[in-house]
Design a protein around this ligand. Sequence first.
Ligand SMILES: *Cc1c(COP(=O)(O)O)cnc(C)c1O
Length: 395
Amino acid sequence: MRPDTKLVAFEPAPGDPCRPNSTPIYQTATFAQESALEFGRYDYTRSGNPTRDVLERHVARLESASRAFAFASGMAAIAALLRQLPAGSRIVAGDDLYGGSVRWLDRIGPRNGLSPSYVDASDLAAVERALDGGAKLVLVETPSNPRLSIADIAAIAELAHRRGALLAVDNSAMSPHRQRPLELGADIVLHSATKHLGGHGDATGGIVAVKDDALASELAFFQNAEGTALAPFECWLLLRGIKTLGVRIEREEQSALAVAEFLARSKFATRVHHPGLAAHPGREVHARQASGTGCLVSFETGDADLSRRWIEALELFTIAVSFGSTDSQASLPCWMSHKSVPKDRVGSRTLPRDLVRLSIGLEDPLDLIEDLERGLEIARRARSSGRLDVRLGSP
Ligand SMILES: *Cc1c(COP(=O)(O)O)cnc(C)c1O
């Protein structure tokens, strides 16, 4: 089955005698039991729910995993994975990760006896050196958020496995429709399902998908024991979102590339990051491991005040922290989604203060480009007349 077919061809309600063609929302906390000593397939929604089961099986199949688990958010999913690690474990993590992941690693990790060390995941020699210090887990995003740098999944999996570490890939930016890390040798796939899988900006959710049965059992145990599973209605929203993932992502990618090319021609965007651009240093690795280039574009202007004024002057882009939704969004990661990244890393190569992240939605790309041109004009005029009223200080 080809990827587009796989998205929609799944059994919506296994075993339901009414044979509904859309998965019902089994909005119930408990399930009646045959007797005090005879239990059915389900007993309590925290432990298991038919709507969640359909979602988890569907995503597992899309990611070529043996099992997937749906959590209340991407962070709940990431936490459920990281909490599996024994105290004393070292985690080698990409140095351009979602801000919430960095917050967990830096502030909750140590309370669980875990220590993160960050490395440029696009540099295999650096990853290898970091692994030589001993590690239980490597955690990367590719393309990373927000700088869209590329990590070679197959090569890192090999380096990690040779040293007895597992590789987890946060696949939020690509979705299984474009990139399937488990097929490339990774052990664990993570998602903020809030992004592409939901796709409409109306639900939060997270996924952990794995190949290994023992790890799957541990995750199932944690999901139930800690009560962090995704609620039935959100599971249904994700199932509905996944059905249109293929057409949404295809359109978003075409538009994102057009926007990236427009920005690359502008002298006011001093650096443009997008894996579809010929000049992107990770372009070849990305093209080898993914079948599309995603909806994200990020760029620098050399001037954080100009960046801020530019996105504030946009009419079609909402200033918001998420991505992968139907409408386009703009953000300053340094001040928004990545605010919890430690101050000493802000303004560095990985998190420039002037970095703008755009998430491209389903609007006509010409309207988006016109909006960016108009916004830039307003921002430039404000700058040249000294009317950048509020100067950005530190985030
Ligand atoms: C948003 C995001 C997360 C966190 O997911 P939530 O659903 O917001 O908890 C994790 N990783 C990446 C790459 C993200 O973009």
